[in-house]
Design a protein around this ligand. Structure first.
Ligand SMILES: NC(=O)c1ccc[n+]([C@@H]2O[C@H](COP(=O)([O-])OP(=O)(O)OC[C@H]3O[C@@H](n4cnc5c(N)ncnc54)[C@H](OP(=O)(O)O)[C@@H]3O)[C@@H](O)[C@H]2O)c1
Length: 335
């Protein structure tokens, strides 16, 4: 792609996050939204009218076949990520796919293999990894500012309530706290420490069979480090994170996945404050990273590497194994 051409986006699905992401995209001078697809013509048309998008499709494949689309943003519920992103890649489109990348690690492997085999860009929409302060925290830890990491703590819990027909309550759409919210603390811990080799978990399970309140203990046997993480759909947790090492600690206040500040405590020194005013258009960092990669001809983002997304999916699978949550598609696949 020529370095100075505007990147042409196609939006897949017309729900909550698709609206927020499209709103942010439209504030970027080097992006344009050229098409939207939905399962229904009417939703596609309503969305297109609202955002001034030239083409509205009531079938996904028409979006994937649209030669004017450089990159498809997949904003369906989790269970449809594999199919939507897979079909887009098969049609030759680059893909930004909402988090968690898929329902499970097997599906994530399939997508990553497809993108690598075809030499096409794929990225999980883990916008937290594109946030400048989160990147700064990872850098400080890598540079030894707090010594050897001993523990990570992070939580993401929202009390809802979520109506009975909400996708978060439905196992068939990959509902529950883990894939929507738990993916953040797990991704945060793995940004700092990599993939754990021990996973323990405990959860409250809903009558429908999704996790409502989940505690996770991850372990790294080489260093003896651990991470204590939680996610919830029935409790408003602090939404904070901290990383403690042998020489100090980093505390990230409420909203750790999109921080405006954090504090570095080095043992025996005055605390150091790091601040960066957040962009009110919170998804611009990840959109900019996708467009940078496309212009540079990179098929994987170094900020949100596919191997990292795969490792997170393996941890989420291990958590579900411990708490006994299986999505109906997985039971059907094994039968
Ligand atoms: N990055 C973030 O901060 C963030 C925030 C919230 C959610 N998310 C992620 O974004 C994804 C969608 O979440 P959301 O909150 O936007 O959900 P949502 O409001 O329920 O919207 C999802 C959209 O997907 C389509 N859809 C619904 N059921 C479907 C099905 N059975 N098969 C295929 N498509 C279906 C619908 O669009 P059509 O009717 O147009 O087909 C629906 O509007 C999830 O993976 C979630 O984790 C990310």
């Amino acid at each position: 792609m020529e370095a100075n051409r505007r990147v042409r986006w196609g939006i897949l699905a017309t729900g909550g996050i698709a609206e927020r992401f499209t709103t942010d995209l439209l504030t970027l001078d080097d992006a344009e939204v050229v098409a939207v697809a939905s399962r229904t013509e009417a939703s596609a048309k309503t969305f297109a009218d609202r955002f001034g998008i030239p083409r509205a499709y009531g079938e996904w494949d028409r979006l994937f076949a649209d030669e004017d689309v450089d990159v498809v943003y997949v904003a369906t519920p989790h269970h449809a990520h594999r199919e939507a992103a897979g079909r887009a890649l098969e049609a030759g489109r680059a893909v930004l796919c909402e988090k968690a990348l898929t329902l499970n690690a097997r599906e994530a492997e399939e997508l990553v293999t497809l993108s690598r085999d075809r030499g096409l860009f794929l990225m999980e929409a883990m916008w937290m990894y594109c946030n400048p302060l989160i990147r700064r925290i990872a850098e400080l830890v890598r540079d030894g500012a707090i010594g050897e990491v001993r523990t990570v703590q992070a939580d993401f819990g929202l009390a809802g309530p979520f109506a009975a027909d909400h996708r978060l309550r439905d196992p068939a759409t990959g509902g529950g706290a883990l894939l929507d919210l738990g993916v953040y603390p797990v991704s945060f811990a793995q940004l700092i420490l990599g993939e754990p080799d021990s996973v323990q978990a405990h959860a409250l399970i809903s009558p429908e069979g999704v996790d409502l309140n989940t505690g996770m203990l991850l372990g790294w046997s080489d260093s003896g480090a651990s991470a204590l993480l939680s996610c919830s759909l029935v409790a408003d947790t602090p939404l904070t994170a901290s990383v403690t090492g042998s020489l100090g600690r980093i505390d990230v206040p409420r909203g750790f996945f999109f921080p405006e500040r954090f504090t570095l405590h080095r043992n025996g020194r005055e605390p150091e404050e790091f601040e960066s005013r957040n962009d009110p258009h919170s998804f611009r960092h990840e959109a900019a990273e996708v467009m940078r990669c496309l212009r540079a001809g990179e098929t994987e983002s170094p900020l949100v590497p596919l191997d990292g997304s795969l490792a997170v999916m393996r941890t989420l699978d291990a958590v579900r194994d411990r708490i006994g949550v299986r999505y109906p598609q997985e039971a059907a696949a094994q039968a």
